[in-house]
Write a protein of this length. Structure first.
Ligand code: ADP
Ligand code: MG
Length: 312
């Protein structure tokens, strides 16, 4: 099977509403919503770095798009389309069919059509660029947190990292517990409805890809504020809650790969009900830096750092 047959077979579908031209020409042609702003983000997944070579290809297709949609969600954007740049070591049709199935399922569920891309031979590498829209001035940014705002997080944290530790052999879980954690790691659900519902309510937002310490840190830096974070308030699964305290803190604070949304909002703000649990985890303060405390307000010396590809 050649490059163009492969594209036609797995990645080309009739253009949908809002897309004049999709896959198949030199460029895609999109119809902008009058007055809206474009929001654009890219994320690359490299084998061995971001995923294990043994991962189910359908889950990989899902996750490659999910991590990108999570950036749109964090900004409160409505998805409009995405491109897929794919390097494949060889044409493995069973792998491609499964990968495409996972990818399209999330694309359809998110009303985010595949509009183009590039395909080349090489070490397995998946780079997606997502395009979204938001009304002018309504994109949620990292820079808007104000002193006194409460800090909230969606869903639960830490399970993806817990599953990674099982693969690394530092944690043992029984079958059902491991399956649950593994779904968190391999099939994160981007919080698109929540992000859009937070337009005009949240003062700042970020998605948790590298761990709460680092990602909340981005809000603090961009907003030039500090914060107090209650580590005991961080929402966690029963499986994670059964682990030793040191494992829990590592997974919750420095885990990453959660793809939940951290946002700040004024005290008393009416938070949207999108079916996703929201938990208050701290407060924005004037004094710079992040102070991690326990439920009694005592300082927690965690000694942890968030993930950074170029720091060991
Ligand atoms: P060009 O050489 O003009 O850049 P390509 O030959 O790379 O075009 O791609 C042909 C068409 O297929 C283009 O519309 C491109 O966007 C699309 N395409 C290529 N690879 C993919 C892919 N992995 N997923 C979706 N569309 C793709
Ligand atoms: Mg090309």
């Amino acid at each position: 099977m050649g490059e163009f047959d492969l594209i036609r077979r797995y990645f080309q579908r009739p253009a949908t509403a809002g897309v004049d031209v999709g896959v198949g020409d030199d460029c895609a042609v999109l119809v902008p919503t009058p007055g809206a702003r474009w929001l654009v983000s890219s994320d690359m997944l490299v084998e061995g770095r971001h995923f294990l070579s043994t991962v189910d290809p359908a889950r990989l297709g899902h996750k490659a798009l999910a991590v990108n949609l999570s950036d749109l969600a964090a900004c409160g954007a409505t998805p409009r389309g995405f491109t897929l740049a794919l390097a494949l070591p060889r044409v493995d049709e069973a792998w491609l069919a499964s990968f495409a199935r996972g990818l399209w399922a999330l694309a359809d569920a998110s009303a985010c059509p595949l509009i183009g891309g590039d395909t080349t031979q090489g070490p397995l590498n998946i780079c997606i660029t997502v395009f979204g829209e938001a009304p002018p001035g309504q994109a949620l940014l990292r820079s808007g947190a104000r002193v006194g705002d409460e800090i909230w997080v969606s869903g639960r944290l830490g399970d993806a990292r817990l599953a990674l530790e099982v693969f690394r052999g530092t944690v043992a879980l029984d079958g059902a517990a491991f399956d649950g954690a593994r779904v968190a790691m391999e099939c994160p659900m981007p919080r698109l409805a929540l992000g859009q519902a937070l337009r005009g309510i949240a003062t700042a937002a970020v998605d948790v890809s590298d761990g709460v310490l680092g990602d909340l840190g981005h809000i603090l830096e961009a907003s030039r504020v500090g914060a107090r974070l209650d580590v005991d308030a961080l929402p966690r699964s029963a499986v994670l809650a059964a682990q030793p305290a040191v494992v829990q803190r590592e997974c919750l604070l420095a885990g990453g790969d959660d793809y939940e949304i951290i946002f700040t909002a004024p005290v008393g703000a009416r938070l949207p009900d999108t079916g996703v649990a929201l938990t208050r985890i701290g407060v924005i303060e004037a004094h710079p830096g992040l102070r991690v405390v326990d439920a009694h307000g005592a300082a927690v010396d965690h000694g942890l750092r968030s993930f950074d590809h170029f720091k060991s």
